[in-house]
Design a protein around this ligand. Structure first.
Ligand SMILES: NC(=O)c1ccc[n+]([C@@H]2O[C@H](COP(=O)([O-])OP(=O)(O)OC[C@H]3O[C@@H](n4cnc5c(N)ncnc54)[C@H](OP(=O)(O)O)[C@@H]3O)[C@@H](O)[C@H]2O)c1
Length: 384
């Protein structure tokens, strides 16, 4: 029995459908939040339908076992099926970029509850914990980040989310050395090589926004580390299934070979006829003008002062801070295991663009809940 958390999310849904396609969906038990098993299966089917047709999604949602509940409930769960678990794939997290107490309660306390219950699983062979490559903290102008212990939670972090993910890794290492934990840290997961952004437009709206505004928060000679969800989840299956892994920590990332330079990025959007502002220019949010160049470009591209646009500006600023670090994540450990290398973003950008005729703002809705701000902040002018 394989216990999967996060099956109603972007990566977790793709991961579970891989298992169904590989013929072992029935070996899975999914932890799903919901009032009862029927409600959980319905929520799962709705998510799987973003990655597949209705019939496939419904069949897949019927195939697995369901453990209704949340991560925190696992600490006290007496469900006997948990004693049969041989592998855990822990994908669930609060991925909100807004500063919230729940990122600590879910990402740290929830993971520790799962680990505490895992300790009682007599047959456990692997606990695959999904972290994030950005647990390295805010580190300006690094080039290629190698796998290393996460930055301290007291180090600078752009989002409380990455701080909580760093703290989770430290807590697991400190208290659960006896568990067979392998940590996989994806970089930036965007779209699907065949389905484009149909499963989720998460973060894709932001890349379109860069092209639309023509403004980069970093040097045009730099690069970005983007991977598609189908490649990412296939590598998570590899990390789950290979018995003799050489390490306990892996970046799941584009790395040196498949990172995207901004020059390629700009050419790619132009080649696919995206409505953009080119050539791109650079602004430095830490420079004397601060965010003013961005605010002006944003207002020109999105003149309507709607709540959605204001929230999108807040979201774009946050992502700009991540991008301004100008970093990618070394994946040589992953490739040395013999796993398939990643495709480049540019190779499936056309599929992403063709898969949806939604506007940038409409696509932002997939991430809008990550940027919930109180009404007072929403009412404030976008320009700082
Ligand atoms: N997307 C990326 O670019 C990216 C990059 C690096 C790392 N990651 C990591 O990959 C993982 C998945 O990310 P994602 O983008 O797929 O996130 P997502 O779409 O927001 O999905 C999050 C999942 O976690 C579940 N969840 C949240 N709180 C829970 C709780 N208390 N108990 C049980 N389940 C809970 C959600 O369930 P509900 O449906 O009930 O809310 C959902 O299934 C996360 O660990 C994230 O840190 C993602």
């Amino acid at each position: 029995m394989i216990l999967l958390t996060g099956g109603t999310g972007f990566l977790g849904g793709a991961f579970y459908l891989d298992a169904v396609r590989n013929g072992n969906g029935a070996d899975y038990m999914l932890l799903v939040r919901g009032a009862d098993e029927a409600a959980c299966r319905a929520r799962l089917a709705t998510n799987l339908n973003r990655h597949s047709d209705r019939e496939t999604a419904d069949a897949a949602a019927r195939l697995c076992q369901i453990l209704p509940g949340d991560l925190q409930s696992l600490a006290t769960s007496t469900d006997p099926r948990l004693d049969q678990v041989t592998k855990i794939v822990h994908i669930a997290a609060d991925t909100s970029f807004d500063s919230r107490q729940s990122v600590w309660e879910i990402n740290v306390d929830g993971t520790l509850a799962l680990a505490g219950r895992a300790r009682k699983m007599k047959h456990l062979q692997r606990f695959l914990h999904i972290g994030t490559a950005f647990c390295c903290g805010e580190a300006p102008h690094m080039q290629m980040v190698k796998e290393a212990p996460a930055a301290s939670h007291t180090a600078p972090h752009i989002a409380e989310y990455t701080r909580s993910k760093a703290a989770t890794e430290h807590a697991l290492a400190a208290a659960f050395q006896d568990l067979p934990i392998v940590v996989a840290r994806p970089s930036i997961v965007v779209g699907h090589t065949k389905l484009g952004v149909r499963p989720s437009a998460s973060i894709f709206w932001y890349y379109r926004l860069i092209d639309r505004t023509g403004l980069l928060p970093c040097t045009p000679d730099g690069f970005i580390d983007i991977i598609p969800v189908d490649w990412a989840t296939a590598r998570l299956h590899d990390l789950l299934n290979k018995p003799d892994l050489k390490h306990k920590l892996y970046h799941v990332s584009a790395g040196e070979g498949a990172r995207t330079t901004w020059t390629e990025f700009e050419k790619g959007f132009a080649a696919h006829g995206h409505e953009g502002q080119r050539p791109y220019t650079r602004f430095d949010h830490k420079g004397p003008e601060g965010w003013k160049p961005f605010d002006a470009a944003f207002r020109a591209a999105f003149p309507e002062r709607t709540l959605l646009n204001r929230t999108m500006a807040v979201g774009a600023r946050k992502y700009h801070r991540f991008i301004a670090q100008d970093i990618a994540f070394d994946n040589s450990r992953l490739l040395a295991e013999g796993f398939a290398p990643p495709p480049r973003f540019i190779d499936y950008l056309g599929t992403c663009l063709a898969s949806s005729d939604a506007t940038i703002g409409e696509q932002f809705v997939d991430d809008a809940s990550s940027f919930e701000f109180d009404e007072a902040l929403m009412a404030a002018p976008v320009a700082a």
